[in-house]
Design a protein around this ligand. Structure first.
Ligand SMILES: [Zn+2]
Length: 161
């Protein structure tokens, strides 16, 4: 990486730290020629293969816009969506894969979206899982009800563990 000040082709790392979410490393560098200091941020590349076969970099923004449609009229804020998109990225990165398909992204969205808003979850699941009939909705709702009943007996915390 060239020095941004004098274009010297080399630099020395003087400090490096992992970001709070553990997904990137920030390095402080110093140019041995002009002494200028600058930072670089390093993240593992993560690509998404779309249904069309097109490959593009993972984008939290795209996760948010996909989920936002399902959240119309629901009490979900952009802040909630940002947290959800971060969880999705963490889930996907934890698999260690550098390339995932949109299906896996959809799967990673379902869990946190369900915690956020069950109506939005049903809307999203109906598109993602291609619900075709009322029975599909009824089955999904029955699953939610069953989990509520379970949560009722197990206490409010962490019923999905
Ligand atoms: Zn320099």
């Amino acid at each position: 990486m060239h020095c941004p000040f004098c274009r010297h082709p080399d630099s020395r790392v003087i400090d490096s730290r992992t970001s709070d979410d553990g997904l990137s490393i920030r390095r402080r560098r110093q140019c041995p020629q002009c002494g200028g200091r600058f930072s670089t941020i390093e993240t593992a590349s993560l690509n998404v293969i779309k249904r069309s076969g097109v490959i593009e970099p993972f984008s939290r923004e795209k996760v948010m816009s996909g989920v936002r449609k399902a959240c119309q009229g629901r009490p979900v804020t952009d802040g909630d969506l940002a947290v959800l998109a971060q969880k999705v990225e963490e889930t996907v990165r934890q698999t260690g894969a550098s390339q995932v398909d949109t299906n896996e992204i959809g799967l990673a969205i379902l869990g946190p979206l369900r915690e956020l808003d069950e109506v939005a979850y049903l809307r999203f699941a109906s598109v993602y899982q291609a619900f075709e009939s009322l029975e599909d909705f009824e089955a999904a709702i029955a699953l939610l009800r069953a989990d509520h009943a379970y949560a009722g007996t197990a206490g409010d915390d962490d019923a999905d563990g």
